[in-house]
Design a protein. Structure first.
Ligand code: NAP
Length: 264
């Protein structure tokens, strides 16, 4: 099933865009006889590209990805995209199936609200499906919002004229993008608890809006919200395609090692 490429080399394509994708590429690059290529969408101006091979930009849907996999004689596809990158996950699954190559999704676990933790505190999360539900809810909840959803979905919140937003993202929104009233801050995680606590206090935030991205890099805002008794509107993850799924880099390396060993 795992085909042997020219000169016996195996070629693995990682769909990246996460810290896990970078870590995985570094681990796979150390496996003898394996070439790893990381693909990024190119959304972030200074992307975290691993030091191994890379390419940037969309493929042109499922058909474009199928062409790429065939032209570059890719033997296995590992999707390490962000939990909210839904389209590329379905495209990856469909393209791998068409080409007939092994396919894995590396998806870190979602965050869970703390219920009566060691500190006796229970998180006040309101879990919603999608940005529109968050928009509908916010006016009843608060006046000053910490919006930590990146820049792509900012326009959805622009209709909330009577609220004030602290909006955090890596790169600024493109010119003429409608955004809510407030302040944009440009920062890339990981963020410390002290940093997140002072943002919430300095800007007198009374609700946090977050995607349930999981991982440690941006978790501190949720601890800070818990400490300060601030509610969190947590946007639930979009669906994932039917696929083999692992939740950490080590398991993805294990999956690949098993495939390679199967070659004999
Ligand atoms: N969504 C988030 O919250 C978020 C957060 C942090 C990082 N990211 C990263 O940012 C990238 C784009 O996210 P998204 O939510 O816009 O994705 P998406 O909605 O799932 O994908 C939209 C389109 O972008 C292209 N694309 C996405 N990821 C790609 C990749 N790794 N390599 C090549 N093309 C890719 C594909 O274009 P074609 O159809 O033309 O191939 C895809 O159809 C992903 O790599 C993701 O890991 C996303």
């Amino acid at each position: 099933m795992f085909s042997t490429g020219a000169k016996g080399e195996k070629r693995i394509l990682i769909l990246g865009g996460t810290g896990d994708g970078v870590a995985l590429a570094t681990r796979i690059a150390a496996i003898p006889g394996v070439t790893v290529i990381t693909s990024l969408a190119g959304r972030v101006v200074e992307s975290k590209m691993p030091t191994t091979h890379g390419r940037v930009g969309g493929f042109g849907g499922v058909a474009g990805l199928v062409d790429y996999l065939q032209e570059h004689q890719i033997d296995g596809l590992i999707d390490a995209t962000h939990p909210f990158a839904c389209q590329i996950k379905f495209n990856g699954a469909a393209a791998a199936r068409k080409v007939g190559i092994p396919h894995l999704i590396l998806l870190r676990p979602s965050w869970k609200p703390q219920i009566e933790g060691e500190d006796g505190v229970t998180d006040h999360w309101i879990e919603v499906d999608g940005y529109e539900k968050a928009v509908a809810l916010l006016p009843q909840l608060a006046q000053r919002v910490f919006l930590t959803i990146g820049r792509q979905s900012l326009p959805t919140f622009a209709s909330l004229q009577n609220l004030w937003f602290l909006m955090r993202m890596i790169d600024p929104p493109p010119p003429y993008t409608p955004i809510p009233m407030g302040k944009v801050i440009l920062e890339r995680g990981p963020f410390s608890l002290a940093h997140e606590r002072s943002l919430l206090q300095d800007y007198k935030i009374d609700v946090v809006v977050s995607k349930n991205s999981g991982g440690e890099a941006t978790y501190a805002k949720l601890i800070a919200a818990r400490e300060l008794g601030i509610p969190v509107v947590m946007i639930q993850r979009p669906p994932v395609p039917v696929a083999e799924i692992v939740t950490d880099v080590e398991s993805a390396v294990g999956w690949l090692t098993t495939l390679l060993a199967g070659l004999g």
